[in-house]
Design a protein around this ligand. Sequence first.
Ligand code: SME
Length: 176
Amino acid sequence: MGIGSVAEGTPPGTDIIATLEAERAHGASLDELLEAAVRGIEAADPRYDWVGIYLLEGDLLSLHSYIGRPTEHTSIPVGVGVCGAAIAERRDINVPDVRAVENYLACSAETRSELVVLIRDGQASRIYGQIDLDSDQAGAFTEADVRALRPVADWLADLFAEAEKQRTAGRAPGED
Ligand code: SME
């Protein structure tokens, strides 16, 4: 079933989140949940030829996990490429034709379109990373994909916020 064509009345992405919730309840780690998210998204739609999650570490995006062709772009500076531009501009980016983009880092010669959905808090004041999707079809991604993936990205953002809170709570007073 395509991610945008779940049963009527069910918000898109709900099935992926249900899987993530179940894995979390069974004690899955943050790393395992990120991998599960990539698996769930990739399996959701045949147009999603490459799916990855990059994490923002300082001024660099670091590839955490992915499904698809291997890429040399495992570390991307903020502002560089479509991925880095999404962070610099603090917004999701949908590129219908990557051949028309100057500031583009090719992961594969087959890729025609790309969608970046930020993993961030509601106001995008805190950005944890991004879900990056490539398709071999031009113009593959629509608002329906963004609507489907936004709740998944938000779920992951809550997970990061929670993990951060726990790390902070575990620190001795005064420790930073
Ligand atoms: N195309 C991205 C780089 C990541 S690969 O597609 C996996 C970009 O321009 O930032």
